[in-house]
Design a protein around this ligand. Structure first.
Ligand code: ARG
Ligand code: ZN
Length: 864
């Protein structure tokens, strides 16, 4: 059942061509696949059988060469299709029947509303037709689609449209040809009654590319931001990486029912509508940024993923880590670089660090899996991007670019490995990256401690770094990682006294000595988060307050602020647990107020630096997670800051207001983010004046960013205020499904007492359905992952509710059910009562007779 990297064998056949025919009918689709194949002499002999992957569907005919095969002449079950013997070169034609309307798993061919579409990555293509469903089997595809003209006027697949026309019975057809060899996970088909937004892009070598974004007709006006983002991404990839688009047509389709964010199918990206549709009335600034990032991500896959693909799924980070790095760089160039860095690192710490410390911990290149879908993780994506970023640091911008150029040159059209990637980086730099490669094979987050020793006599400052990584299920002993560290020295006036330079840690302990510096020098280390490590330092809270104000790296300013908050919350938690009175240190209040009044600071940056870490981030700093104490401590800190700084917060709130509501420039977004941070502070104290301020913004907001920010604050105030805000918001937006997702998620995350009952109620709401992943994410995921006090209710009812939903979901959508189950992963880190309650739910799930492989893998790892 377990697939292991060490068992990799190439496929014994070569596929020279795939020709697919989809005959779409009212209640079924008939698929015919014509394969031109031959034996690979390196791996096959006379006795080698042809074994293809296959899903649960019925085969209706098989033709090999000119021979019609009888059912006894081939073998077919729910997982494989086998021919005991084949000639060296042959053609095989297989026809089978699919029921896309019954496909609730949303992989393979399925229906979303009135649209038929596909999702094949990782192993969904086998649910469409028997095939060698693995990324290293590459072939040119052609695809013919035949369907009713009224229901499916638009028929799309990969590559170029080569032929189309009318048929009898109000039917029509379209033929598509993709000239590029590709693995089947990049195959796509869309059929439906869609509207299209068209544009053009001329590549630097003069290719005129037609750009088409398709959506349901009523949403087509919401596609222009996605189109702008696409053109930005195309221009950026030419400039930064010398990569041009390679077909005459680039298509994107927005789909309402989608398990992931989007999919990079060659020439035909399929997107979760959430990452396409936006206007300022219905989408927040974060949504706009998300769309820009995901559109770019899928576009960048055309080179990192499609032209050069994976030898096997263990190498997933070769395309995902690299493509995330590329989209992060793109977003940094389009918007504020420091703010983008903060957002990405915050995300990594909040979600990847915990993943790496729990039962799902795996190296960036996993060694084994039961279901590959379970390894589309924060580790493969986000930590994978950090690993690429470290190579970029170690080599520098120019050598890294040379390495990328060589990678494209050497491996174009091939299916390769992480060794191949790191190999080109070694070639261009002349460096040995063997130890560095441990980042791909060793799991866990290294812990680094940094201590300072100042020698008064010699005037030298020594910085000692020590690294250690806890053993885990993957390796009982960890070797030291090769860790880059960017360091600079700063004096009391906030001036750089030693220019930033890159240092490298390769052993357990390293000391770096800086001569001729004065005693009051501050080191600024791991600037821009040079490496994905946990860092502890000997900085006092005074030191941190200084660095928060004066570090010359904005990322480190942010980190200093967050560390101060975490330290304060830790003290408050201790006070709660020992029955002492809670107090907030005056130093923290002062540091906060200084930052708030610093008019030179970028407002988007400030809105990040002054935001308290989330409870889900704070928990990572405790061995045993005390949900209630963390919640109480954070709330107390937030309210104390708000009470002490009320007039400053109001002043900043007013200063940030003037931007026109539909202005989505960086400056306008920055103003809104700081303004709404101030409002969130003001709104957390039960004060009539502040409540009125929030309500006023909610009622008069000219865009979704402001409306949603106020809505969230109201949802925590009182049941009456929440209910009337929910009512108003619902009445206004009930026809807009993406906005209703926000409505569900706000209610799921409310801190008010009756939240679990509300959430249960909402599962029966007419706008809610377990069949739509966005709805499940908005309500159930939001509750389970982002509402710790209610999910972790001491009576276990939160657990019971979510476990019951997971099992219900597993019956219809195993990928998303398994993802949801991650909310139980850290069960061993809670108090005994919760530990027992969470374990009980995991055991109940494990005891089910019909558990999907996906969910089985997550549950069994958690209980191991
Ligand atoms: N390759 C897609 C992307 O990152 C995601 C595919 C998700 N597939 C899955 N089985 N979870 O752009
Ligand atoms: Zn991707």
């Amino acid at each position: 059942k377990k697939i292991q990297l060490k068992d990799y064998r190439p496929f014994a056949f070569i596929v020279d061509h795939v020709d697919l025919i989809f005959d779409i009918r009212e209640d079924h689709t008939r698929v015919t696949s014509k394969l031109k194949m031959r034996k690979d002499p390196a791996w096959a002999d006379e006795t080698t059988p042809l074994v293809l992957n296959k899903g649960k569907f019925d085969i209706i005919s098989v033709v090999a060469g000119d021979m019609v095969l009888l059912p006894g002449e081939y073998k077919s079950d729910d997982e494989t299709f086998t021919l005991a013997a084949t000639p060296d070169v042959f053609e095989l034609e297989i026809a089978n029947i699919l029921k896309p309307d019954e496909n609730t798993a949303l992989e393979g061919l399925y229906r979303s509303g009135s649209i038929l579409c596909t999702q094949c990555e990782a192993q969904g293509f086998r649910n469409i037709t028997p095939y060698s469903d693995r990324p290293d089997v590459m072939a040119p595809f052609s695809c013919t689609i035949v369907a009713d003209k009224t229901r499916y006027p638009i028929l799309l697949s990969n590559g170029n449209p080569v032929k189309s026309g009318d048929l009898d019975d109000n039917r029509h057809f379209a033929v598509w040809e993709d000239p590029f060899k590709k693995p089947c996970y990049l195959f796509a088909l869309v059929a439906g009654d869609l509207a299209v937004l068209e544009d053009r892009f001329t590549t630097s070598s003069g290719r005129d590319v037609a750009l088409k974004i398709y959506s349901e007709k009523e949403n087509i006006a919401l596609c222009s931001h996605a189109m702008t983002s696409l053109k930005q991404a195309m221009a950026w990839d030419e400039k930064r990486f010398g990569r041009e688009y390679d077909l005459d047509l680039y298509q994107i389709v927005a789909i309402n029912d989608f398990n992931a964010g989007a999919m990079e199918n060659k020439g035909l990206n399929i997107f979760n509508a959430k990452y396409v549709l936006a206007d300022p009335q219905t989408a927040t600034d974060d949504d706009f940024m998300g769309i820009q990032g995901v559109i770019a991500h899928e576009y960048f896959h055309n080179w990192t993923g499609n032209r050069i693909t994976l030898k096997n799924w263990f190498q997933l980070s070769l395309k995902e880590g690299l493509t995330v790095f590329r989209d992060q760089e793109f977003s940094s160039d389009m918007n504020s670089r420091p703010v983008k860095r903060i957002i990405d690192v915050k995300n990594l710490m909040a979600a990847q660090f915990p993943e790496d410390s729990g039962p799902m911990t795996h190296p960036v290149r996993p060694d084994s899996y039961i279901k590959m879908d379970n390894f589309y993780t924060m580790t493969v994506y986000e930590k994978g991007a950090e690993v690429i970023r470290m190579i970029y640091q170690l080599l520098g911008q120019d050598l890294f670019r040379q390495g990328m150029d060589l990678y494209f040159e050497k491996f174009d059209g091939m299916a390769v490995t992480l060794e191949d990637f790191v190999g080109v980086m070694e070639t261009v730099s002349g460096r040995n990256l063997d130890q560095f490669f441990l980042w791909y094979t060793q799991s866990g987050t290294p812990e680094i401690s940094m201590t300072r020793q100042y020698n008064d006599n010699t005037g030298s400052l020594s910085l000692t770094f020590t690294q250690s990584t806890s053993p885990d299920r993957n390796q009982s002993e960890k070797k030291p990682f090769h860790i880059p560290v960017r360091i600079s020295l700063i004096n009391r006036a906030g001036e750089t006294v030693k220019q930033e330079a890159l240092y490298e840690l390769t052993q357990e302990t390293h000391t770096f000595k800086f001569e001729n510096v004065s005693a009051d020098i501050y080191p600024s280390v791991f600037r821009e988060f040079t490496a994905p490590v946990r860092l502890s330092t000997d900085f006092s809270d005074q030191d941190l307050a200084f660095l928060m104000a004066r570090d010359t790296d904005p990322f480190n300013q942010w980190r200093a602020a967050q560390t101060l908050f975490i330290n304060e919350i830790k003290n408050l938690v201790t006070a709660i647990r020992t029955g002492r009175a809670m107090t907030v240190s005056s130093g923290l209040i002062q540091a906060f107020s200084l930052a708030l009044e610093d008019r030179k600071k970028d407002r988007a940056f400030l809105s990040k630096a002054l935001a308290l870490p989330l409870e889900t981030e704070i928990k990572d700093h405790f061995e045993i997670i005390d949900v209630e104490a963390i919640h109480q401590a954070r709330t107390f800190l937030k309210q104390t800051l708000a009470k002490n700084l009320e007039s400053e917060l109001k002043t900043v709130y007013e200063i940030c207001r003037p931007a026109p509501p539909d202005d989505i420039s960086g400056a306008a977004m920055a103003d809104r983010s700081l303004k709404n941070l101030c409002l969130a502070y003001l709104g957390c104290v039960p004060d009539k004046g502040n409540q009125a301020l929030v309500l006023k913004q909610f009622e008069n907001a000219g865009n979704m960013t402001d409306e949603f920010a106020a809505f969230k604050i109201l949802s925590h105030m009182t049941p009456e205020m929440r209910d009337s805000a929910c009512q108003a918001f619902y009445n206004k937006w009930q026809a807009r499904t993406l906005v209703i997702d926000k409505w569900f998620s706000v209610q799921a995350q409310s801190r008010l007492k009756d939240t679990l009952d509300q959430v249960k109620q909402l599962t029966t709401h007419k706008n809610f359905t377990m069949a739509n992943p966005n709805k499940v994410r908005a309500l159930i995921f939001a509750f389970a992952m982002n509402n710790p006090i209610h999910f972790h209710r001491a009576d276990g009812q939160g657990y019971e509710f979510v476990a019951e939903r997971i099992l219900a979901l597993d019956k219809i959508n195993h990928q998303t059910a398994a993802r949801l189950c991650a909310c139980f992963n850290l069960w061993k880190r809670y108090d005994e009562n919760r530990r027992i309650l969470m374990k009980r739910q995991l055991e109940t799930m494990a005891g089910q007779k019909t558990l999907s492989k996906n969910l089985y893998e997550i549950v069994s790892r958690a209980l191991e």
